[in-house]
Design a protein around this ligand. Structure first.
Ligand code: GAL
Length: 436
């Protein structure tokens, strides 16, 4: 049975899985559309362009600047307004965006994760986004992305945002010098992880750098433990109701999570993800589990002594997310925004953005030679691994459910109550109307 068919059968209930099932498949021939509601403008003459995101740190800011530079070159009369709200995974930006969107003051375009975050928050039931069918057709974007990616940025067959990248959330990064000095090899299993962690602890080095000032970092760590414990089907089933949150493997995951937390830096609650990464760069910590935007952080900080492996138990599994940009209804600079979206979707735009950002292109035709060694390995993994949707980054669960889980994880990090947390996680699934 082919990989695509297998995915379609096993995971047909999960929207994100459509990405996976067709990650390598050619894009379909678009169905003819009648009188498309959006059209790409010929030129952006002047005025402003306000782009909203949470990209403020090294590789994030650099990637964004890379695209802005191209945009400004092509549209010298347009003033680009870089509207950023700092906070990893949009921890602060999403609230600001909500106020603006509901208050009738949308930015010209904004960053939003592909999947539930886009569709369930802004397309339905809010109906706040423009259908981008015409933009896609006129710029060949309907043929540029894998079919699964197109499916997931679409609702009822119409695309609502332009995917600029693919990120991977389940990577364990380590300081090569620290590992070599202590004769350690990168852990593959949870048992390996704890052995390495004990060895580092004995040397006074923080085994696992964590910066969960923004709660996504601990949610993401937990998600990688769920994947490593439940496997692809078990983890994916959590988002469809096929896997019960009362499953003993969820108990195991919580116990592993609790144990892992005892190997983190004591000031983790005060640090952001990139500040935690600085501990690794400085050799004060040995490892960290983080998405591959950290690769962009290393590039921006000119740090090269890092190695990477899949998070414990995650070998062969790609925990995926994607940053996309859409067009809110009623923006002030619609034509300028359409030009920006066309650029973001283009080969040129994605090649300018992703090598700096630490992500791979959502398009299938970017030149691997422009990317560093880690990113080239991610490109390969994207087309060969089994793909699962990231929880912490809007792909697996709708926003309200993610918020409930995040709150439970934050409480768990301080209290460590396995039984109570598991009961509450099971209830959150019922409240999300996914579990009975
Ligand atoms: C993710 C986002 C990435 C990266 C990360 C840390 O949610 O998709 O692009 O920015 O947050 O802020």
């Amino acid at each position: 049975m082919s990989r695509n068919i297998r995915w379609a059968l096993v995971l047909s209930l999960a929207l994100i899985v459509l990405v996976i099932a067709a990650a390598c498949a050619p894009a379909p021939t678009p169905a003819p559309t009648a009188a498309p509601p959006t059209a790409a403008p010929k030129a952006a003459a002047g005025g402003k362009l306000e782009i909203f995101s949470w990209w403020t740190t090294g590789g994030e800011a650099a990637g964004l600047e890379g695209v802005y530079a191209l945009y400004k070159k092509a549209n010298p009369g347009v003033e680009v307004v870089n509207a950023t709200v700092a906070g990893g995974a949009g921890s602060n930006a999403k609230a600001v965006l909500k106020t603006r969107m509901l208050g009738g003051d949308p930015p010209d375009s904004f960053q939003v994760h592909m999947g539930h975050e886009l569709i369930d928050t802004w397309v339905t039931p809010a109906d706040k986004m423009e259908d981008l069918s015409a933009l896609f057709t006129q710029n060949g974007l309907d043929k540029a992305f894998p079919k699964g990616v197109l499916d997931i940025v679409s609702y009822q067959g119409k695309p609502y945002s332009v995917p600029v990248n693919i990120h991977r959330a389940n990577v364990l990064w380590y300081n090569k010098k620290v590992f070599a000095a202590n004769n350690l090899t990168a852990p593959k299993t949870f048992d390996d992880f704890f052995k390495v962690a004990d060895a580092l602890k004995a040397k006074g080095i923080a085994p696992l750098a964590l910066g969960d000032k923004d709660s996504f970092a601990s949610v993401q760590l937990f998600e990688t433990i769920l994947i490593g414990t439940l496997g692809v089907d078990g983890y994916t089933g959590l988002w469809t109701g096929a896997t019960k949150w009362t499953d003993p493997k969820v108990t195991d995951s919580l116990n592993t999570f609790k144990k892992m937390l005892t190997y983190t830096n004591s000031d983790h609650a005060a640090l952001t993800w990139d500040q935690a990464n600085d501990l690794l760069i400085q050799g004060k910590a040995g490892m960290t589990v983080m998405g591959d935007w950290i690769d962009g952080d290393y590039t921006a900080k000119k740090f090269t002594d890092y190695g990477w492996v899949a998070s414990p138990g995650n070998d062969g599994i790609f925990d995926a997310l994607s940053d996309t940009f859409g067009l809110p209804k009623g923006v002030k600079n619609r034509d300028n925004a359409l030009k920006f979206l066309a650029l973001l979707g283009s080969k040129e735009g994605q090649e300018a953005f992703n090598p700096k950002k630490g992500s791979i292109c959502a398009r299938s035709d970017c030149d691997p030679k422009l990317f560093d060694e880690y990113l080239q390995s991610a490109m390969k993994d994207w087309t060969t691994n089994k793909i699962v949707p990231s929880l912490a980054h809007g792909a697996a669960a709708k926003e309200g459910w993610l918020t409930s889980i995040s709150d439970l994880v934050v409480a768990f990090v301080t209290k460590g109550d396995v039984a109570a947390t598991q009961t509450a996680l099971a209830k959150a699934c019922v409240d999300a109307a996914v579990c009975k």
